[in-house]
Design a protein around this ligand. Structure first.
Ligand code: ZN
Length: 248
């Protein structure tokens, strides 16, 4: 069973793209992609037309395309292979490649400043495809986080990691690599394959989410509940004291 987020698959069928003689830009079907800015699976709207004459003259291998995200309006840059030039129109290959890499997202606002910086740089390394730099930063961010916690935190994080790997049925070699990267401080870091990096990024985000984001959210919810309980007891005189106490 693949780990969620293990591969980034593009949704939808292949869409042919044409640049017509009058410079009209034509998509045979609307193109939708996950947006690295807003995270929505939104339509890409053409933001600039490619010049037919320039393409005929220069006959490039690849054509740069500029779109904007229908959901958040941010620019999206794509590159398509030039397939054929006819007298009326130019055909570009479907499924143009994203020039911008999709940045890994995280609710950074819940992390202490120093940890936030390390986790940001860790996820940036992953987004850049620098998988070994990413693994090194995974270990550094994990160690930095654990240093701020109590002595039992490392064992708790380790147990959680084992649970995640088991639940996702990650193979033994990958699981061992992830475990070594995150927790075997004395060992050399192994070389990381793209598949191992994909598992590592999901487990790292999960560990930091559980320790910082979920904990903060649950604490906030409990605080809010206590606040309303106190407010309620000050302004309302319950008739059924026993029953009311149960609700509080
Ligand atoms: Zn967007």
């Amino acid at each position: 069973m693949p780990v969620p987020g293990y591969t980034l698959k593009r949704k939808g069928p292949a869409v042919a793209i044409y640049v017509n003689k009058n410079n009209g830009f034509e998509l045979t079907e609307p193109m939708t992609r996950e947006c690295p800015h807003c995270g929505k699976h939104a339509q890409l709207l053409a933001a600039a037309n490619v010049s037919f004459d320039v393409l005929v003259q220069t006959r490039p291998k690849h054509v740069g395309l500029l779109f904007r995200c229908a959901a958040c309006n941010e620019p999206r840059f794509l590159r398509a292979i030039l397939r054929a030039i006819t007298s009326d129109r130019i055909e570009l290959a479907p499924n143009p490649a994203e020039v911008e890499r999709i940045r890994e997202r995280f609710q950074y606002g819940y992390l202490p400043d120093t940890i936030e910086q390390l986790v940001r740089e860790t996820l940036d390394c992953y987004s850049l495809g620098a998988h070994n730099a990413f693994a090194t930063m995974c270990r550094r961010a994990t160690r930095a986080a654990l240093r701020t916690m109590d002595a039992t935190a490392k064992q708790r994080w380790h147990d959680t990691l084992i649970d995640i790997l088991r639940a996702c049925e990650v193979d033994a070699v990958t699981a061992n690599t992830v475990e070594t990267v995150l927790f075997a401080d004395g060992d050399e870091l192994p070389l990381i394959t793209p598949d191992e990096a994909a598992v590592l990024v999901e487990t790292l985000k999960d560990l930091f989410y559980q320790s910082y984001v979920r904990t903060a959210k649950v604490r906030a919810a409990m605080k809010m509940r206590r606040f309303f309980a106190v407010e309620g007891s000050a302004s309302v005189t319950p008739i059924d004291t026993e029953g009311w106490r149960e609700l509080a």
